[in-house]
Design a protein around this ligand. Structure first.
Ligand SMILES: Nc1ncnc2c1ncn2[C@@H]1O[C@H](COP(=O)(O)OP(=O)(O)OP(=O)(O)O)[C@@H](O)[C@H]1O
Length: 616
């Protein structure tokens, strides 16, 4: 995206509130003009006094009083206009700010859910907060400033040309040099590159700084010296180097611009003196010369503003680029009339998938031609070596990503034709990393079904074996989770998530390592809760502990993105392949626990199962 396109989209945002911004800019110009008006008053008063220099008492008192009052009124008017202009630009800016944040959050809600797992939450938060805030700064302050900084010099120079064109021509020389320096400063490729590098260095320093602070426990435990935390140190050094380079690059053009534009006056004086020798004795030239001396300092102020607008604008362009990048993220296509599945069997038909786009250099297919059917009301388990693609299969069923090849359907209806809302209505999921919101325990469970009664929430909590620990908390179900509230263990959080899923009572259930955090005691409780949860549902279950999925009607062994074996536990064992190897490994790792008799999901589902089910 080149910078012209970036600015166009920025101005497009601003044009949404065109009316208010025009009024703001207009008042900004009026205010600037009124601020100059007292100089005109002074000029006229001085003119009157000079004309009566020999006899000051002969000066027109009424005229002097009139222009004195005019100057006062103009100053008050300038403040009022500044206030009105500022109000208009701020109202426009905050409305745009609001709308931009709403658009952004709406757009973020429509992108594939997988985007949120691969994009740092901090990065998104920064875009929604900081980048949007910079746009506000641009619209509320810089846009009216640009208008007045451009209009005032044009009007003033026009007026001065009208008064004396040859003297006014002198002013164009330093102004021209000033603008040339401006374009050298901010417009050159090396200047822009340096600014980008500076931005990057700031971000890098922030990111590595946060990482350094977050990693402090590791630094302390392993006795790593701060000096050896190289990445952060390098980021700080890089920041220092680029800051020095920018200072070096900008010092001459910046200094010269500042000096030249602030001293327009010094260009006018010698030329004025030179011209006055040709107009010897001309009182009118002397008065005009005086006007130039009075007015030229007023020209410097808006011109200097333009310099800061230039640097501020670069900042806004960079932030706008980030906002645009979020908007450029493709959204999940939703059907115009979502189809409702009437059955809940799940089919994966020739599904191939890669996280990166096929055009990307890092393209790495994760799933290759995956094909299976999970029958309604049955449990299909996904097992296999780490990194094989089990969680990816579950994420695709939840439409965290859209498949690149093949199709996923529920009851014969493709996920794409069902729409996300309908899909979410039909699926519950419990993951290893449970996300609980900064809210009460009750609200967290109720998310499964916001219309549920209190009794239903408690019933779900009881079935999920969390009622007991909740009631032991000082505020029971009203206890807040997280900062300022209570912290739950991994196992407790998982049981809350199960209660939430129970309350939702969706026909399809996805469980990804739902018992991962549980110790022996909790595992038993969670298994008990799961028995209730899975009843009559189509279940896709991922588990590393093979004992938990022994009773599954179908077990799929996933390795390197492919289903390499499929069948029931007994069928797979009989194959003597990968599953059998995994099972043997599982038994030997569990055998040291012999004697710890725990009931598992398997035991509850299959009464009288073989002794191996008791091994775990
Ligand atoms: N968001 C992502 N972006 C890019 N690659 C990813 C992403 N998530 C997973 N992967 C890659 O996809 C592959 C399969 O990962 P997946 O999590 O599906 O495996 P898994 O079988 O569930 O592993 P585990 O048993 O360890 O949880 C891995 O190589 C992983 O690095």
């Amino acid at each position: 995206m080149d910078s012209k396109v970036e600015m166009r989209s920025l101005l497009q945002i601003a044009s949404e509130k065109k009316g208010l911004l025009i009024v703001a800019s207009l008042f900004s110009v009026i205010s600037s003009l009124l601020q100059i008006a007292p100089f005109v008053s002074v000029y006229i008063i001085v003119q009157e006094l000079l004309q009566h220099a020999g006899n000051p008492a002969g000066a027109d008192q009424a005229l002097i009083l009139y222009w004195g009052i005019f100057a006062l009124v103009a100053l008050i008017g300038a403040l009022v206009a500044l206030y009105i202009g500022g109000m208009c630009s701020h109202i426009a800016a905050f409305r745009i700010l609001y709308e931009l944040r709403v658009w952004l959050t709406e757009h973020i809600a429509k992108v594939p859910m997988g985007y949120h797992t691969s994009t740092a939450t901090g990065e998104l938060k920064k875009i929604i907060e900081v980048s949007v805030e910079k746009i506000e700064k641009f619209i509320a302050h810089q846009l009216p400033d640009i208008v007045s900084a451009v209009m005032i010099p044009i009007l003033l120079i026009g007026y001065l040309f009208w008064m004396n064109w040859s003297l006014a021509l002198v002013l164009l020389v330093p102004i021209g040099i000033g603008f040339w320096l401006q374009s050298k400063l901010f417009g050159s490729a090396s200047g822009q590159q340096a600014y980008r590098e500076f931005q990057h260095a700031v971000e890098n320093m922030n990111a590595t700084g946060v990482e350094y602070i977050r990693g402090m426990p590791v630094v302390k435990i392993f006795g790593i010296k701060a000096d050896s935390f190289l990445t952060f140190k390098q980021a700080v050094v890089e920041y220092r180097n680029i800051s020095l380079r920018i200072t070096d690059l900008y010092k001459i053009p910046y200094g010269l611009f500042y000096v030249i534009v602030s001293s327009l006056f010094t260009f006018v004086v010698p030329v004025g003196i030179l011209l006055s020798s040709g107009n010897a004795g001309s009182q009118s030239f002397a008065i005009t010369f005086l006007l130039f001396i009075i007015l030229t300092p007023s020209l410097s102020v808006p011109l200097l503003k333009l310099m800061f607008v230039g640097s501020g604008m670069r900042e806004v362009v960079e932030n706008n680029k980030r906002i645009e990048a979020v908007f450029a993220e493709a959204i999940v296509m939703e059907p115009s009339s979502p189809q409702v599945p009437t059955a809940y069997d799940i089919t994966f038909k020739n599904v191939s998938f890669a996280y990166e786009r096929t055009t990307s250099k890092n393209f790495k297919p994760i799933l290759k031609d995956v094909q299976f059917m999970a029958k309604a009301g049955e449990m299909t388990a996904l097992v296999g070596p780490s990194g094989g693609g089990k969680s990816t299969i579950a994420s695709l069923l939840l439409r965290f990503w859209d498949v690149q090849e093949g199709e996923i359907a529920i009851g014969g209806v493709s996920l794409r034709d069902m729409g996300t809302e309908m899909l979410m209505d039909k699926i519950s999921f419990v993951f290893q990393d449970v996300h609980l919101f900064y809210d009460t325990i009750e609200a967290n469970i109720r998310m499964g079904n916001i219309d549920a009664s209190e009794a239903e929430v408690i019933a779900a909590a009881k079935t999920a074996c969390c009622h007991e620990f909740i009631t032991k908390l000082a505020q029971g179900y009203a206890t807040k989770i997280g900062e300022g509230g209570t912290y739950l263990s991994g196992g407790e959080a998982q049981r809350i998530a199960i209660a939430r899923a129970l309350l939702k009572n969706a026909p399809i259930l996805v469980l990804d390592e739902a018992t991962a955090y549980a110790d022996a005691e909790n595992e038993k409780k969670i298994q008990g809760a799961l028995v209730e949860l899975v009843k009559g549902k189509t279940v896709i279950m991922i588990a590393h502990r093979l004992s938990t999925i022994r009773a599954a009607e179908q077990i799929l062994v996933v390795q390197k993105g492919e289903i390499v074996e499929r069948g029931t536990h007994d069928e797979l064992r009989a194959l003597s392949g990968l599953y059998e190897q995994m099972w043997q490994a599982h038994i030997s790792s569990a055998s040291w626990k012999l004697g710890v008799k725990e009931s598992t999901l398997t035991d509850r589902k299959k009464e009288g199962s073989s002794h191996e089910s008791l091994l775990y």
